[in-house]
Design a protein around this ligand. Structure first.
Ligand code: SF4
Ligand code: F3S
Length: 106
């Protein structure tokens, strides 16, 4: 499966959602999650994200490992999103900020 990682938090550009052939993105307040049960590993979403927030589970660095289970848990709670929408006003300011994990809203 592919996994949305920390970089997405407070950026949520949503460029990723429109290319997914099986609608596996789910939207929360300031983050998206991929449903691992639905993802077919097509790879189309990975290059769409401007902040490189999507990785194959096989490429997850150790400090992002928790996002594998987190995507599964959040996808189960949140509604599907299939259309691009405007990112948060301050998305660009958060684009290169590290250590955003604590800011993830559920
Ligand atoms: Fe959707 Fe393909 Fe990305 Fe999986 S890899 S989330 S199927 S676009
Ligand atoms: Fe997040 Fe990147 Fe998609 S910031 S919403 S994973 S385009």
């Amino acid at each position: 499966t592919f996994v949305v990682i920390e970089n997405c938090i407070k950026c949520k550009y949503t460029d990723c959602v429109e290319v997914c052939p099986v609608d596996c993105f789910h939207e929360g307040p300031n983050f998206l999650a991929i449903d691992p049960e639905e993802c077919i590993d097509c790879t189309l979403c990975e290059p769409e994200c401007p902040v490189e927030a999507i990785l194959s589970e096989d490429d997850l660095p150790a400090d992002q490992a928790e996002f594998l289970q987190l995507n599964a848990d959040l996808a189960a709670e949140w509604p599907v999103i299939t259309e691009v929408k405007k990112p948060p006003e301050d998305a660009d300011e958060w684009a290169d900020k590290p250590n955003k994990r604590e800011l993830l809203e559920r």
